[in-house]
Design a protein around this ligand. Structure first.
Ligand code: ZN
Length: 577
């Protein structure tokens, strides 16, 4: 754990490099792959220390109340999920399967820890600071989605010359490969056929036996999208769209979210979706309690601190919300820092018509509050604000972060052209969108508290919990979307006087009088950049604030003994199938 600060610094330098380095995408350093041809694996000396940053934590879920049929459905869903691990390993880097095999046979005394860390990182690069812990190659921004030597410039030049390839090469559901001198797209259904076919079979079997129609409908549709390797991209995209619609309508005790969803892993452009699975147990009563916030969504959109023309007043607000316990997760979200809530689908066509669904992973959230946030707050907050730290406000913050993903600019117009924020902000999108969701979440809670929809006594606990929470995410690394987006918030709010340093070095306090104004101003900046699709403005904002500043560093230095995140195990899923 003592490595955290030092490696944060390295990572900062790396992030600066990435930001300023249009010209440094030289192919030569990436083509060899980690340890290939060398025979011996070179494992970092501190690999056990890196692993120790993640505290082993069982994620408990009580499945004992399920019927025999539900148990059988669950078994199929767990088996289908396992294939997402195999696919995501290849999406993260095409060299991973070969390296994994080498690692499994290595006699190196560090191989055991390296293998554990490799499994949780889905590759030889540390998910926190990007550095390699096996070999010495830099992590390619292409992940396994593009040829490793492909640069942004080359892809953009190719698209300029071949505009007809745009849809296929930029698709969420294709990988890009070289055929001679050409760039060609291969659909996921073809590229990952070996795992998608058996996964689809499990999903179909679960669909055949479940007594829940909404679950059967979703499982059949997603299985179809997995299976159809014979259709054009437009059709494939339509199959996923239909699966997303069915996912929005899910209403079942045992649920699954499975397929290609988030684009964080694609550092080159943020176009490609990573395979993931969440198997969850829904708490219907707690979920029903959240319905009152749904009615407030249009009011929240109207209340955004931006000009009316930038507001998205026609969005669907169906927006279901679920409080669930996680039984198992696989693929993208299993890597590195664990997800505590998600908001899907990302498909703007679905969001415009049906809104998006927020899923709160309660058991993971509670584990993080106890294992991580409480100890962090004890170090970071000034003593007289520490007592205000609140598990309830942590839950609210996460919930309203997810709600915020469904508010504000999505589909936009730039110079009269119809486009999306995601496509315009490219690789900066994830950091900008995560920062927006954090800040807008607090902004909307303040709004509802001022109107008495949420108890107003929660205000100060919210501010304090949010302040401590920034240190939780910043430690994920500023090269990672959430971490960089949080550094941006922290540095901005400190500069504007919304928060201040305490008298003990590395402690911080909320300034009660100016905090809400700081949140409003930052939210305006973020939303306006998004609404304009302003890549350059976003880049400038992130270069200025999305950095490991001295103040941030002073805070992080106090957290060396606190785990960065959880290393989950899933007792409810183990030994079933
Ligand atoms: Zn988010």
């Amino acid at each position: 754990m003592r490595q955290v600060v030092q490696r944060m610094l390295q990572m900062m330098m790396l992030a600066a490099l990435v930001l300023s380095s249009a010209a440094c995408d030289s192919p030569s350093s990436h083509t060899q792959g980690v340890g290939h041809g060398v025979g011996e694996l070179v494992i970092a000396a501190d690999v056990a220390e890196r692993l120790a940053q993640f505290v082993p934590t069982p994620i408990e879920a009580d499945t004992s109340g399920l019927s025999a049929t539900q148990q059988e459905v669950l078994d199929h869903l767990l088996r289908a999920s396992e294939y997402m691990n195999a696919i995501f390993l290849r999406q993260a880097w095409t060299g991973n399967p070969g390296l994994l095999e080498k690692l499994e046979h290595s006699q190196d005394p560090r191989a055991r820890a390296a293998l554990d860390y490799f499994r949780m990182s889905y590759g030889p690069w540390d998910r926190l600071d990007e550095t390699p812990f096996i070999g010495d190659e830099e992590r390619p921004e292409t992940a396994g989605y593009y040829p490793e030597d492909l640069s942004r410039e080359e892809m953009e030049a190719w698209l300029e010359q071949h505009p007809e390839d745009k849809e296929a090469l930029q698709s969420l559901y294709t990988v890009v490969r070289r055929h001679g001198k050409d760039l060609v797209a291969t659909s996921y259904a073809v590229e990952y056929r070996k795992w998608l076919k058996p996964a689809a079979k499990e999903l179909q079997q679960a669909a055949d036996i479940t007594e829940n129609d909404s679950l059967a409908e979703y499982l059949r549709r997603i299985a179809l999208a997995f299976l159809r390797d014979d259709v054009d991209l437009e059709t494939l995209s339509y199959l996923y769209y239909e699966a997303d619609l069915a996912w929005m309508d899910l209403d079942s005790r045992v649920e699954i979210t499975i397929g290609p969803y988030e684009v964080y892993e694609d550092r080159l452009f943020g176009y490609k979706a990573a395979f993931v699975s969440f198997v969850t147990l829904v708490d219907p009563e707690e979920s029903a309690k959240l319905v009152r916030y749904k009615a407030e969504l249009p009011a929240m959109e109207r209340n955004l601190p931006i000009p009316d023309e930038y507001k998205n007043l026609n969005r669907g607000t169906e927006s279901p919300m679920r409080v669930v316990d996680e039984i198992y997760t696989a693929g993208d979200t299993r890597a590195g820092v664990q997800t505590i809530a998600f908001n899907l689908p990302n498909d703007e066509r679905v969001r415009e018509t049906k809104g998006s669904k927020k899923v709160m992973l309660r058991n993971v959230m509670n584990a993080k509050f106890e294992q991580i946030l409480q100890p962090i707050a004890g170090e970071i907050l000034v003593p007289d604000q520490l007592a205000l730290l609140s598990q309830e406000q942590f839950f609210n913050e996460v919930l309203f972060h997810e709600l915020a993903h469904g508010l504000g600019p999505g589909k936009i117009q730039v110079d009269g052209r119809d486009t999306e924020v995601r496509l315009e902000l490219k690789e900066l999108y994830s950091s900008m969108e995560e920062a927006k969701a954090d800040v807008m979440g607090v902004y909307n809670l303040i709004y509802l508290m001022d109107r008495g929809v949420v108890p107003v006594e929660g205000k100060r606990p919210l501010f304090v919990t949010y302040l401590a929470g920034m240190f939780r995410s910043t430690r994920f690394g500023v090269a990672e979307a959430h971490g960089r987006g949080t550094a941006l918030q922290f540095n901005y709010l400190l500069e504007k006087g919304a928060i201040r340093e305490g008298s003990t070095e590395g402690t911080f306090a909320v300034n009660w009088d100016t905090f809400a104004d700081g949140i409003r101003d930052l939210l305006r900046e973020l939303c306006v950049l998004q609404a304009r699709g302003d890549y350059r403005g976003a880049s400038e904002l992130l270069q200025r604030y999305g950095v490991l500043s001295p103040a941030l560093e002073r805070g992080i230095a106090r957290l060396e003994e606190i785990p960065v995140d959880l290393l989950p195990s899933y007792p409810a899923a183990e030994g079933r199938s």
